[in-house]
Write a protein that binds this ligand. Sequence first.
Ligand code: DQA
Length: 160
Amino acid sequence: MKIVVIQGPNLNMLGVREQNVYGSMKLEDIHTQMKAYADQNKLEIEFFQSNLEGEIVDRIQECLGDADGIIINPAAYTHTSIAIRDAIAAVQIPTIEVHLSNIHQREEFRHVSLTAPVCAGQILGMGPFGYHLAMVGMKQILSEVAAMRARVQNAQAQAK
Ligand code: DQA
């Protein structure tokens, strides 16, 4: 089972940008922890960061037929991007949205997520630990999907 982690604009600056909001952990350190959890749980994982909306749309589309789950922090595009929302809806791959900060405690323009309605779930306000929670949540979703597939296969085999 493969998870693709997609990080939106300015998340490459974690550890430098607004530490009072986002903390001091660097993106690569968050990814190292996610990789360790993936290895422990025999999950394949790939990481992608872009500051460009179209590149994020392309990466989501590339998940089709390749990834079983997506963990995404669309960053500022959360609040503006119909294109990223449509891409998530198009691929129909279980997706978990993560935000380091609690977007509801912040400026009003951050209160709305255009992407959350097409995601399986949303984790926010937990800092870098939110990515770990997303991994745990995704593992659960993927095991439920695998169990459902096995039940369908069994039923099909019995119907023959
Ligand atoms: C963010 C919240 C967004 O509003 C902001 O534009 C970001 C980061 C978060 O992780 O808290 O860049 O997605």
